[in-house]
Write a protein of this length. Structure first.
Length: 482
């Protein structure tokens, strides 16, 4: 895979996520309009609770699948074994998730248990589709993924939007909550069916019960799985802790949950870039070739993504939240709101890419014990601080905990990654990143006083998009990073 193919693959994935993010934002808006804050809190709590079990169900298989299928002589057999392993882990993980949510006394008598059952179809079919996604990744046909994922999100957003069009507004009817969650499952099922149909034409998808191969895959995936689990605990488990520790969890997660879902898009973009880079990085490193320039380019792109997410979240938190939800989710003099959470989460959005970069470098060099130990300690520290702060400060305490943990991990992991694999970043890259970030920050700051309503915010987003394209073209980022 050439640098151009890596860039093309990453751009298709990033393009997919950008369009899906826009549609997700619209979905957030529809949910905020259609449901009361209490039911919206249950909507967010259900997905937040399932994120941890989704990470367990993934168990690092996607990262392993891309590498193993790309180099396997019998790609069909390899894919079949991974698919069987994925199905088994999926069933175990989500069975546990559903059993636990019905047992915990804090949630009895609330809509949350049934909400989790209905919402579980989304990660179940999405993770199944994720393995089939490997086919298009290794065959460099990511345009198919773009079309399938965007169509999936159009279906879900369109169905939820239809409810709003039919007149549902601030509904306290729990059946409307369940229906919105069900629509998410419909979209995820569509994604799975489409990818299975087209993927099967490229590489035959047949379950393989090769126990020896499955055991080997499990051993390779385990370091990724444990590492991802630790990441899920420090980055995503706070929504569930709020639901456990706060009697007013529905309101707390109404404010916080929407922001977490927005932030997930910023968190996931570096992951797709690194997934695209990992196969060639592993191949070149195994041959003893110099990978420092490739790593330097990758890190520069990650910092660009992180800087953009940080600046928008920090400088435009209030107008963005108003655009994406409704007035009732904004902070007041007496009550922090979703804009408070978004402004605080801006720091983890910047640092997340540094942590993920270090994560992939260390796993590529198979120093997973040190990595997992560091992440495990961070996860335990996150749990301890959240358990202390959430009862007193709610989602604000969770956001401050996230900032602290991301700072600690970035400080500890990046030097380890640089020690394992050298990175070369030319002064040209540093200068381009600096001027891009500074110019964007100035543009956001100068435009901020004009964002007095949603229309102005939309105009501002269009203006900033044009500014970013102009900056990228003027600084020749497209040439520097390909």
């Amino acid at each position: 895979m050439s640098n151009k193919q890596i860039a093309t693959s990453a751009l298709w994935q990033i393009g997919s996520q950008v369009v899906m993010a826009a549609l997700s934002i619209l979905t957030v808006k529809f949910v905020a309009i259609g449901l009361t804050k209490e039911l919206a809190g249950n909507y967010n709590s259900a997905y937040g609770y399932l994120q941890l079990f989704g990470i367990l169900a993934d168990f690092g298989l996607y990262a392993v699948a891309v590498r193993e299928v790309s180099k396997a002589e019998d790609k069909s057999a390899m894919l079949g074994a991974i698919l069987v392993l994925r199905i088994v882990i999926l069933l175990l993980s989500f069975s546990a998730a559903i059993a636990i949510v019905w047992i915990l006394p804090q949630w009895k008598g609330t809509p949350l248990p049934l909400s989790v059952v209905i919402a579980s179809f989304v990660p179940f079919f999405t993770l199944l589709a994720g393995i089939i996604r490997t086919i298009f990744q290794v065959e460099y046909r990511m345009h198919v993924i773009f079309i399938a994922e965007v169509t999936q999100r159009i279906i879900t957003t369109g169905l939820i939007g239809l409810l709003i069009f039919l007149g549902i507004s601030q509904s306290a009817n729990v059946h409307h909550l369940y229906l919105m969650l069900f629509f998410g499952g419909v979209g995820a099922f569509f994604l799975f069916v489409v990818l299975f149909f087209y993927g099967n034409r490229i590489i035959p998808i047949r379950p393989s019960l090769d126990i020896h191969l499955i055991k080997r895959l499990l051993s390779k995936a385990a370091p990724f799985g444990f590492a991802y689990l630790c990441v899920a605990i420090y980055r995503q488990f706070d929504v569930t802790l709020i639901a456990i520790l706060r009697d007013d969890f529905e309101l707390q997660n109404a404010y916080y949950g929407f922001v977490v879902r927005m932030a997930d898009m910023g968190f996931i973009l570096p992951t797709f870039l690194l997934n695209s880079t990992l196969p060639i990085l592993s191949e070149r490193d195994a041959k003893g070739e110099d990978t420092s320039r490739l790593l330097g380019k990758t890190f520069t792109i990650i910092m660009l993504i992180g800087s953009i997410a940080f600046l928008f979240a920090a400088l435009w938190s209030r107008p963005l939240v108003h655009l994406l939800t409704t007035q009732q989710y904004l902070s007041t003099a007496l009550q922090p709101g979703s804009d408070t959470a978004l402004r605080l989460i801006s720091v983890p959005l910047l640092l997340n890419g540094i942590i993920l970069y270090s994560f992939y470098v260390l796993l590529n060099r198979h120093v997973w014990k040190r990595l997992v130990t560091t992440l495990c300690l961070a996860a335990l520290l996150s749990l301890a601080i959240n358990i202390f702060l959430i009862p007193m400060y709610g989602f604000v305490g969770a956001a401050y905990t996230s900032i602290l943990i991301h700072c600690i991990l970035a400080i500890f992991l990046l030097p380890q990654a640089l020690h394992e694999m050298k990175m070369t970043i030319s002064f040209v890259y540093i200068r381009a990143w600096f001027f891009f970030t500074a110019a964007l920050a100035m543009g956001l700051h100068l435009f901020s006083p004009l964002l007095v309503n949603d229309l102005n915010t939309v105009i501002g987003l269009c203006a900033m998009t044009i500014l970013m394209v102009a900056l990228g073209w003027g600084l020749k980022l497209h040439k520097l990073l390909l």
